[in-house]
Design a protein. Sequence first.
Length: 183
Amino acid sequence: MTELRTRTLQTDELEPADLDELTRVCEAAFDRPFESVWQRVGPGLHVLGEVAGRIVAHAMIVDRQVYLGHEPDQALDVGYVENVATLPEQQGHGFGAAVMREVGRIIGQEYGLGALATGSNAFYERLGWVTWAGPTFVRMPDGQRVRSAGEDGHVMILRTPRSPTNLDLGGPIAVDWRADEPW
């Protein structure tokens, strides 16, 4: 396997050329325009996977609040994973998994829980992530929870040493609303 080097940068540390390259990687992986996605998810920590100085894989951790259980205002600060992408021609070489292992290490050190939404559960399960079995919701700016049934079975969590010991994976889970893709 070609050697992958990972490095981490906060959004404000990215050079314009790095952001352009990340945008190209994500557009190739997701097959859609990506420029507006950076604005939607906001700043965070980017984990870059590079081969021979070229970015081939990426994942991002953003700070979000997740509401567990039935108490509407009890939130847990989580490392929420966004924009996990590998160049299509580089997929299958373990680069995405390597980037996600680094993401998991960071979340384990810095957060009480990791969370993400995906359609690729099996990929993340191999890395220790667990599918949330309960109903999903979006918490609106006024505090009301709105059901997001389309996300059921697609939300995953990563336990850390600081995770609550009494997590009920069958209970409700919610995130704060944001435009386009709340989860």
